[in-house]
Design a protein around this ligand. Sequence first.
Ligand code: 1PR
Length: 578
Amino acid sequence: MDNTRSLSSISSTSSLLFTRTNEFYKIQNRVKFKSPRALSIRATSSDSVVTLLDYGAGNVRSVRNAIRHLGFGIKDVQTPEDILNANRLIFPGVGAFAAAMDVLNKTGMAEALCAYIEKDRPFLGICLGLQLLFQSSEENGPVNGLGLIPGVVGRFDSSNGFRVPQIGWNALQITKDSEILDDVGDHHVYFVHSYRAMPSDDNKEWVSSTCNYGDNFIASVRRGNVHAVQFHPEKSGDVGLSVLRRFLHPKTNIPKKPTEGKALKLAKRVIACLDVRANDKGDLVVTKGDQYDVREHTKENEVRNLGKPVELARQYYKEGADEISFLNITGFRDFPLGDLPMLQVLRLTSENVFVPLTVGGGIRDFTDANGRHYSSLEVASEYFRSGADKISIGSDAVYAAEDYLKTGVKTGKSSLEQISRVYGNQAVVVSIDPRRVYITHPNDVEFKAVRVTDLGPNGEEYAWYQCTVNGGREGRPIGAYELAKAVEDLGAGEILLNCIDCDGQGKGFDMDLIKLISDAVSIPVIASSGAGAVEHFSDVFRKTNASAALAAGIFHRKEVPIQSVKEHLYKEGIEVRI
Ligand code: 1PR
């Protein structure tokens, strides 16, 4: 895209750009400090309006979209009185525990929340909105919480082989009638978190379900009209919408749906990836490369056009994709906030796609033609606010890892560090684009090499995986193994592991590479590039520690539907969400 043209449209966007910190600040200034205990509860507003406590710490667009999708209007909390006067309050806590408590305390909302909950008014906390109800958290702490439920929120233990954060679809063990979970049964729901509260004798009157991830943690609580869930109903597909629906319509007699799920534990995820870019006419299209070459080999040499991003994303959601990734593949040379159609794609998709959305491409610092500087954090914030749950960093993470390995110092200034500090590492994916380089002996290079399953063209028995930037155009002096370990240190929450050699080939994933990386890090790894048949998915989950497998071409060309991948995995005894 032409930067000059695109930048003219940025001025309207720039006012939208703000970080979470700024947003906190705005809210703190906006809210009057007044003791909520001195306030009386006014007449309630309409039944079709739900009050939302959004303190601006991240993406709650999906919660808003889900509420609207279910036919409700939204009233945003501006003052503590709004909490006390709510008919029905949803608190989708996002971000870090300490920062959230800071805002709640400074604005008087903490007291209002306690008063509201103590009066048994209808409340639904989501994720951090559950954790904040407890006495304290170890996240950057100890930090005191609202103190309504006995217990301390602690970090998952990764020493027993469980990857932290827990990202994905897990099963609930329902321990008491919670009403809002009536349709969950044996279906999976979506979790994304590094911290959790544990059930104990002291809090057992609250606990309505637990989930197992290394240990049994609290997945939901309920007392009277007060509910809170550690999972994300707004990202848990139809099952999640049913949780919200039951909270919003408590008195209506919605018949309990028969349980058809088979959830036992954390499921392996199947992800549909949409590589997006503008074609030569300027329309945003889903394209697909062969080893990253996205142009047709015809006289016209056009960008391959496999469909429209929003339509395809909706279709994949309906077909059972556990997650959708959008990669803005020319983001490395265009300024993504100039690429407003991409933001529009996210906004439209998140209106009725209720599974996690990742967006990548062009997340880096940028200075426009007028000298206005945009930080990568601002770019990411705009993506989050447009509906992304996770952002994915490619080229910029390579440079950050190179610097880190050279100096051994975490400057805290890289996009990776800044974004994960503000939004949490579960929101930051690093996309690796490596190319296989065959060698005869592992000591031929300073990078980690593996013995390859299939020999190289000259009978080479080893290979290392060279990282690239700018959509595979430039090789860098760093291997995929070194990069993966460095970005984990710098705060990445997940790795999207592509392979240029396998991309679009349909011959299966690069098992050597995926095994190497998924054994090297303790964050989840998404296997990508090369899926051509359902067996490739079972293979990658059997032979490697990948947490998810991503495919593009076979889904776009309708060669293998997502549902048949799921059915195959299920028949093979691999846990999937069905
Ligand atoms: O460097 O931060 O701007 O991010 C650019 C992003 O765009 C990176 O995530 C990079 O992987 C991606 N990208 C850049 N150029 C291309 C290209 O194809 N020319 N796409 C590209 C990467 C790879 C996968 C693909 C799988 C599965 N595409 O996303 O979807 O290989 O395909 P398959 O199932 O058909 O084999 P930055």
